[in-house]
Design a binder for this molecule. Sequence first.
Ligand code: SF4
Ligand code: SF4
Length: 163
Amino acid sequence: MLRKVLSPSECAKCKFCCSHRRASLWETPRFDLTLLEKLKRKYPFAKFKVYGDYATMDLSGRYKTDDPEEEALCWFNEGKGCILGEDKFFECAIWPLSLMQKGSQLVIALAPNCKALSSKREEMQKLVDEELGEKMFVHAEKFPLSVKDYREDYYILKVKEAY
Ligand code: SF4
Ligand code: SF4
């Protein structure tokens, strides 16, 4: 979805978004149980956690040390980019944008830690204003679990009031 602004080759080289410190596991994508069953069949090596009516990835077994700065790579990245193809999670497809709740507002916010985008904020704003923003709000209505709590270091690009 972000190809107009960020090339897949830039992300494949970087991989930052596909690995997590323990403190950033809150960012792992959430998905419904239908997709979970499909992923379990196609990728039996991957581990997941189920929380009621949604699931996320279980990366706990990917850490090799107790170092809190250690990054564990997602099950679906073998070093050459994401292997999920059409099954790629919506949250991954829009990253480093996120749907977030800020009080009564639903916001589209840009994560602060993508170096490739630090000089392209205006292009991202245009993409969100002209095509992506409304798609993201529709997704939030259909799948509210993809909406994370707002964090102050995220840069807000679009707001929907009274969410
Ligand atoms: S930090 Fe930016 S460039 Fe790196 S993988 Fe994430 S979106 Fe791509
Ligand atoms: S599912 Fe794909 S894009 Fe998402 S974190 Fe894993 S490897 Fe990266």
